[in-house]
Design a protein around this ligand. Structure first.
Ligand SMILES: [Zn+2]
Length: 308
């Protein structure tokens, strides 16, 4: 059994040192020494655990409001008064035909239509030569599109590209790309034809996009295998220096990535680099090698990885 001190020396040997996170006043933007520190940590890292949230995809271009929303959803905005894609996801559409007309366009706009976005491609350029793993609450498939091997990604909250039984009565997941395209082609007055509304092949009930919105979210064998790979990667932080790189993880579900990353940084004396547009503060005073970079992730990333 090694002592904490020995553990710290083993894990930090050879790694660049940065000043501890300073709790308290929120700075207007990242200080240049913080940018340099994070760049050095990332440059020298052989092993990186990436945690990514909605802020990363928004910075990459998958914006859920404003012009992009209005351009893609004008008929639905006119009919229902929808204000953005976040809240629209919870809108109580009056029928299955209406619900699927909206959701077909939602998954198409955010999952099937976009190519690999440049910010995700830049992340892969950085990560491809390193021992990396991604845990993400994003459901848009961007990591895989950019080149990350699927076995290196744990998408905890689902995938826009799959459907499941809305009641979770069985754990098969159904790719929805072709169905969504057909629904969009046949949508009239914000309704899909009744014949296109999917029904569960087992219980006959409604289907839903594979998203963790209630207690019926399907965690099948693939989901559990991904979770196991994530946990093994984390366990291997003991004795293998690893940088925690957190990108755009806010306060919607902090218990999935944000707070666990602080706990991992504390437990393994691992550097934590946190990029966040709204709140990059590292609250855990036990995180002694934290770098808080507040600002647009797409603007910050080239400063960190540009020296490759
Ligand atoms: Zn069912």
């Amino acid at each position: 059994m090694t002592s904490d001190k020995e553990q710290e020396r083993a894990v930090t040997a050879g790694a660049p040192s940065c000043s501890a996170a300073a709790p308290g006043v929120l700075p207007p933007g990242p200080a240049s020494q913080d940018v340099e520190c994070a760049a050095a940590l990332l440059r020298d890292a052989d092993r990186v655990l990436v945690g990514a949230g909605a802020g990363l995809s928004a910075a990459a271009g998958l914006v859920y409001e404003g012009e992009r929303f209005e351009r893609n959803f004008a008929p639905f905005i006119a009919m229902y008064g929808l204000t953005d894609m976040y809240t629209a996801g919870f809108y109580p559409f009056p029928s299955e035909e209406a619900r699927w007309a909206y959701w077909a366009r939602h998954v198409w706009t955010n999952r099937h239509e976009p190519p690999a976005l440049p910010l995700y491609q830049a992340l892969w350029e950085y990560a491809r030569d390193r021992d990396c793993f991604v845990v993400t609450t994003n459901v848009d498939g961007q990591f895989e599109k950019a080149g990350f091997p699927p076995e290196r990604v744990f998408a905890t909250q689902g995938d826009y590209g799959l459907n499941q039984c809305a009641r979770g009565c069985h754990d098969t997941l159904y790719p929805n790309r072709a169905l969504a395209a057909e629904m969009i082609a046949q949508t009239e007055d914000c309704l899909v034809p009744s014949a296109l509304v999917p029904r569960c092949p087992v219980c006959g009930g409604p289907m839903a996009v594979h998203l963790r919105v209630d207690g019926h979210f399907v965690e099948n064998v693939d989901w559990h295998a991904a979770q196991d790979r994530y946990l093994r990667f984390v366990e291997d932080m003991r004795g293998r220096p690893t940088v925690l790189l957190e990108l755009g993880v806010g306060w919607n579900t902090p218990g999935i990535i944000r707070l666990p990353f602080e706990a991992l940084a504390r437990a393994f004396y691992a550097p934590l680099v946190r990029l966040n547009r709204d709140d990059a503060r590292i609250a855990d005073a036990g995180v002694r090698r934290g770098v808080e970079l507040q600002g647009d992730v797409a603007a910050l990333w080239p400063l960190l990885a540009g020296a490759e």
